[in-house]
Ligand binder design. Sequence first.
Ligand SMILES: [Zn+2]
Length: 331
Amino acid sequence: LELAIGIDIGGTSTKLALIDKTGHFHNTHSFPTGNKNQDTPYIDRLIDQIKPIITSFNGTAKNLLGIGIGAPSTNEKMGTIEYPANLPFDGILPIVKILTETFSLPTFLIKDASAALLGEYYFGKGRGKENFIMITLGTGLGCGIMVNGKILNGANGLAGELGHVPVHLSDRKCGCGKYGCLETYVSARGLVRTALDYMSKEIIDSPLRKLSFDTLDAKVIYEHAKKGDELAQKVFSITGKLLGQKIAELITLLEPSSIVLAGGLAEAGAILTDPVLATIDQFLLPMHKNLVQVTCSNLPVNHAALSGAASLTWVSSQSSISYTNHPTKII
Ligand SMILES: [Zn+2]
């Protein structure tokens, strides 16, 4: 059985898993990504977490194909993570070089959103689809776009920043420094900001008003919406409409066969997707109607990014510099 180590580096936690070519997970764990004040640098803490996985192979590491990493702020050509906003190091981390030298295993690096896109492509709702878009609704909003079987990467590897497309002339500040970005509305944090905004402007009564600032999160809003709370439902409706409008724009421009929603907020199901679908329908050209499937991922949370990262070890060529044998070549 051939296995690969998939790693998903996120701002809060770093997940690791041992995955086979069918997308089956054999071993998975995570550790806090931590902050810059820790004594042990992040890369050393990551190496410490990889070591026991490799040791567990007891000299049969020939079955281990390599390491695939999904991370933010990647420079895929150089195999580096550069000036990340939410990771505990500054400057440029040559992560592919360091891990290749440490473990003598082929190591690959890809943007986190592209890793999730590949995971859906090989093991999830993107299977067999050459044109599809994945939108991850977590703390922020991530997006991966596949066009004609290739990951849309852009001239400099910076394409797909749907989270930072402006939706409103607004005073809602984004982590990127701009105002009115989509993810300040359509994300777990955005949902909370909309709830606070709506409560301050409207007078509808709701149990949400009695919650402290710290306890009001996306999950609580979802639970109240599910129980029929009007204010919580309105918050989901505002969020879904904005997402639906942006999806309609993507469909008008790119005409994918499907849009896959993933991440914590997508677990809200119909409470989110009903206003999304109604709004898409409202904004689409007649010729685009009823052609595009909008679905929620059926992979467990984080599995798409981990399995997509791991898949790089069996679909890529030997080098992380060119993905020449990659069936989903990066444009
Ligand atoms: Zn932004």
